[in-house]
Design a protein around this ligand. Structure first.
Ligand code: BT5
Length: 331
């Protein structure tokens, strides 16, 4: 039996498709859905409460009007989603400590791959190495995707690159400036961080059980939303697009890019993903400093290796392969 939300998603899809003048009659809706016209009316009321502007025109039917802002919730996301794997289940929260933590719990209890967790805000958004991700409400995207690829644990890092390519492509579609990638996981616009990616892994010795790809994207943040310590290093898509961007449109676009790249990865492996990643990487040839646990390596960036390791040629000669760390670059 269809759940209440299923029906609301279906009603929205029918309203979006619309008939002549975007109108669909109560009778047509009830026939399509196999529910009474009174039930249709109840769902229309519930959808209005979720922020959808639905006009009822006496004896003609219902019409969905475009508001100033697209509603951003489970129903709007499910009804706009054009993917068949990523986002086939959506867990939407007004506030969670961390979407990664929530997705990890779901992964552990057997949630199939493709499920996504989204939150309007996070109270304990996580960065790498115990750092935090600033997650104010109402403006950005905080999401975690559960994936179950049949790969070895040492290759799970590939999915950080995959996520970064998907985010960079999605950001490109909404900005005037082309984004760049900083190894391994930052998406930048004009040198400022717009998005960060945190990959978390549940694995056995020779098998990945599941991966949680956590993605935070600053969409409509103004500098005032951010604490002073990151105001000079962070940016949002709106800074570059000049006007507010629909979180709904951005999220749906991002999931379709993740799905596209995940399917490519499953079929062709890491090389095409890395190739696309390199197209957004602009630090090759530059002098860089890379902080890894316990030491800092300085030198000329020689690009990345076939497994995604960073290659840095130090002044004393040898090229170092760096598997993980934080890089900063100079011209
Ligand atoms: C990251 O870590 O960039 C990974 C961030 C992943 C966040 C997502 S949100 C959804 C999911 N759920 C989670 O709990 N996490 C993931 P790292 O490379 O360690 O960078 C963290 C650093 O970025 C911080 O120490 C700040 O300097 C900076 N930062 C924090 N919040 C930021 C923001 N909103 N915009 C730009 N920079 C930020």
């Amino acid at each position: 039996m269809a759940t209440r939300d299923d029906l609301e998603v279906k009603i929205l899809k029918l309203l979006n498709a619309g008939g002549g003048q975007g109108l669909i009659s109560g009778g047509d809706l009830s026939a399509h859905l196999g529910i009474s016209r009174t039930a249709v009316w109840k769902h229309i009321r519930a959808l209005r409460a979720l922020g959808f502007l639905i006009e009822a025109i006496p004896s003609r039917g219902y019409r969905l009007k475009k508001g100033r802002k697209d509603p951003f919730n489970e129903v709007s996301i499910l009804s706009a989603m054009g993917t068949d794997l990523i986002g086939r289940r959506v867990y939407f929260y007004d506030s969670v400590p961390s979407t990664n933590t929530r997705a990890f719990e779901l992964g552990r209890t057997g949630e199939p791959e493709g499920a996504v967790v989204i939150a309007d805000s996070q109270t304990m958004g996580k960065g790498r190495l115990g750092r935090s991700w600033i997650s104010p409400p109402g403006v950005n995207l905080y999401t975690s995707v559960i994936l179950r690829p049949d790969i070895l644990p040492q290759n799970a890092h590939n999915l950080t690159f995959l996520s970064a390519v998907a985010v960079a492509e999605a950001v490109s579609g909404f900005c005037r400036k082309r984004p760049t990638l900083k190894w391994p996981n930052d998406v930048l616009i004009a040198g400022r961080k717009v998005s960060g990616i945190l990959l978390e892994l549940a694995s056995e010795a020779d098998k990945v059980n599941f991966v949680v790809a956590g993605i935070g994207v600053n969409i409509n943040t103004r500098p005032g939303h951010l604490p002073p310590e990151i105001r000079d290093t962070a940016a949002s898509i709106m800074d570059s697009s000049g006007s507010p961007v629909s979180r709904l449109r951005f999220a749906v676009n991002l999931y379709s890019k993740i799905e596209k790249w995940y399917k490519i990865y499953l079929r062709h492996g890491f090389p095409p993903v890395l190739q696309a990643w390199k197209g957004f990487f602009d630090m090759e040839g530059r002098t860089v400093s890379v902080h890894t646990i316990g030491r800092t390596i300085q030198g000329r960036c020689m690009g990345v290796d076939s497994d995604g390791s960073l290659l840095v040629k130090t002044a004393s000669g040898p090229v170092q392969r760096i598997i993980s760390g934080d890089m900063s670059g100079h011209r």
